[in-house]
Design a binder for this molecule. Structure first.
Ligand SMILES: [Ca+2]
Ligand SMILES: [Ca+2]
Ligand SMILES: [Ca+2]
Ligand SMILES: [Ca+2]
Ligand SMILES: [Zn+2]
Length: 585
């Protein structure tokens, strides 16, 4: 009887976390559990198979362990090539254990492709812009997180062997799943001098002893053995090179930024991805999905980089504040100021090297797993660093364990169990399991992936949508015409960020006027159409350089000699291409 119950429990556990691989992945995709790495690739292949005209599936490169890193481009070739349209970039799971980003990316793809031709808004969006989606950046990390025993916070790293404790050996003493349940939990030992005692409210939990009070338990750290026999347990696990500190903008060596790697882009997958992104010169907005905390963060990632230009901040704010509304509880914050400083992170690279508006999303809030009635809600704290507070605030273990009991039927916490440890003797193993703490419970995945995909879609709708008009052709003399043009953009994102303009990251948009029988004698920015005020350009007046602002317009005036057909063409990295013809008469 007991044995049967044990088997049933094991089956239940795997249903809660990972259904056995082998089910065929079909479109539309399902979001009732997290996809295994191989299933992510199968899902991408299934999407490509179902929507071959709208998708390109590419291997961007290989990881340090040789796994394929895939990207999917969603573009309708009938409305133009990708680089002729504004582009948006989305990635996830750069930290191996932060797997939700992979599932959010798949949901976004499934939603866009499934909605195309059925939903008007999605059809228009897919026809107008190009999506670049990399569901899993750290493919080795996702593989090892989901396949190997782990804590909720382990296997973040790139698989570049690193000697963390400087003993001359690399990755020689990792956490060990000594009770074989697939989790790395905690070890504790009876200890009258320990700093913890059993919580009288719930015997599974421990609380700190008061000064002078007798102790009961000492925590011995993560489950494991002393693999190399040096007297220390688990002192050098896989990596650690942090894939999100290894990028080539504002990189700093490991003595400044822990885990940055020996040099920027030392991770082969990171380098391949950067090279792949760099060709996508149309990327206007970039999103990178992490866990946890419930935040949408903009840069700069370090105070010393200086604040972004105010016009860029208003774009960030417009999207960020809407994101807060789409995902209640999340907060739109500034990386260095509200959370912490980072060097060499991927979104700062997207912002500063690609000229994109970059956001880091920290999905999942511990507060979503509260177990509180209305009267039990505490007042929100006032804090100096709200992002840090969102990481720490969370909920108490007493509350989490009731969520575990009543909403997860015990799946999130392993009861303390006696174990004979070769180094520590009689100990107990127990605590929070791998698929807890930073990952939404499966019943909440759909809500998580949907809201975050809608945030991406909102920002995608605000990629520049440039409209070119010839607003006036007026004879002002013999064979002389005054021609006025207008470039308007009803969306929030300009055709070039103000940061990119400030540092002259790449050439501005170009407006050209030409005609076989026409000679442009003067041309410039029309600053006041009513009082005919123009800032004329000194040389080559037929070619004007400009940026079309968000929610705005830019107008030009040309004085043209001659007659006949006139072509006005506009070309922009982020705003696409437009052409208009007119006749001088
Ligand atoms: Ca070592
Ligand atoms: Ca274990
Ligand atoms: Ca050791
Ligand atoms: Ca170990
Ligand atoms: Zn992360």
């Amino acid at each position: 009887m007991k044995k049967v119950a044990g088997v049933a429990l094991l089956t239940l556990l795997s249903a809660w976390t990972l259904v056995a691989a082998g089910d065929e992945i079909t479109v539309p995709l399902r979001f009732d559990r997290y996809y295994l790495p191989v299933e992510i690739n199968d899902a991408l292949k299934a999407l490509h198979k179902a929507y071959p005209e709208l998708t390109v599936l590419e291997e961007v490169g290989r990881s340090d362990e040789g796994r394929s890193l895939y990207a999917m481009t969603v573009n309708n070739p009938k409305t133009g090539a990708p680089l002729e349209k504004p582009g948006i970039y989305v990635d996830g799971n750069i930290h191996g254990n932060e797997i939700q980003g992979g599932d959010i990316s798949l949901y976004l793809l499934d939603y866009l492709l499934g909605g195309y031709g059925h939903n008007k808004e999605i059809t228009e969006l897919v026809d107008r812009i190009c999506f670049y989606v990399v569901p899993v950046v750290n493919v080795d990390g996702r593989y090892h997180f989901m396949t190997d025993p782990n804590t909720a916070s382990s296997n973040r790293s790139l698989r570049i062997p690193t000697d963390d404790d400087r003993d001359g050996l690399v990755d020689e003493d990792f956490p060990d799943d000594i009770d074989g349940d697939g989790n790395i939990c905690q070890m504790r030992k009876k200890d009258p001098f320990g700093r913890l005692k059993t919580d009288s409210e719930d015997a599974r939990l421990m609380i700190p002893v008061k000064p002078g009070e007798k102790g009961e338990w000492s925590l011995l750290g993560h489950e494991g053995l002393d693999n190399d026999g040096d007297g220390r347990v688990n002192e050098d696990s896989e990596g650690y090179v942090d894939p999100n500190r290894n990028w080539g903008f504002d990189w700093a060596p490991p003595y400044v930024q822990q885990g940055s790697g020996e040099y920027p882009f030392s991770g082969t997958g990171m380098k391949a991805l950067a090279e792949w992104i760099m060709i996508k010169s149309n990327i206007c907005v970039g999103w990178s999905f992490h866990n946890y905390g419930g935040m949408y963060l903009r840069g700069p990632s370090r105070k010393g980089l200086g604040e972004f230009p105010p016009q860029d901040i208003s774009v960030y704010d417009f999207i960020g504040r809407q994101a807060e509304r789409i995902t209640p509880g999340y907060r739109y914050l500034i990386g260095w100021k509200d959370l912490y400083t980072t060097y060499g992170d991927s979104v700062e690279w997207l912002t500063q090297i690609m000229g994109a508006y970059g956001y880091v999303a920290e999905v999942f809030q511990a507060q979503a797993e509260t177990f509180r009635g209305n009267a039990e809600k505490p007042a929100p704290p006032e804090e100096e660093r709200p992002g840090m507070a969102m990481l720490e605030e969370g909920i108490t273990d007493r509350e989490r364990i009731r969520f575990n009991d009543h909403l997860a039927q015990g799946e999130l916490f392993k009861p303390w169990t006696p174990f004979k440890h070769p180094t520590y003797g009689d100990i107990e193993i127990g605590g929070w399991v791998k698929m807890s703490s930073r990952l939404s419970a499966p019943f909440m995945i759909k809500d998580l992936v949907h809201r975050n995909a809608m945030v991406v879609i909102f920002s995608a709708k605000h990629l520049p949508e440039v409209e070119l008009e010839v607003t006036e052709i007026k004879a002002v003399g013999k064979n002389l015409f005054r021609v006025r043009t207008r470039l308007a953009n009803p969306r929030a994102v300009p055709t070039m960020s103000y940061l990119a303009q400030k540092v002259k990251l790449y050439p501005k948009d170009m407006l050209k006027v030409s005609g076989a029988g026409a000679k442009v004698v003067a041309g410039g920015l029309l600053t006041d159409p009513y009082r005919d005020q123009v800032t004329y350009k000194k040389n080559n007046p037929e070619t004007q350089f400009l940026v079309v602002p968000g929610f705005g317009k830019v107008e030009h005036q040309f004085l043209i000699e001659g007659k006949g057909e006139l072509e006005v063409s506009y070309e922009s990295r982020h705003g696409g291409k437009r052409t208009k013809t007119a006749v001088l008469e």
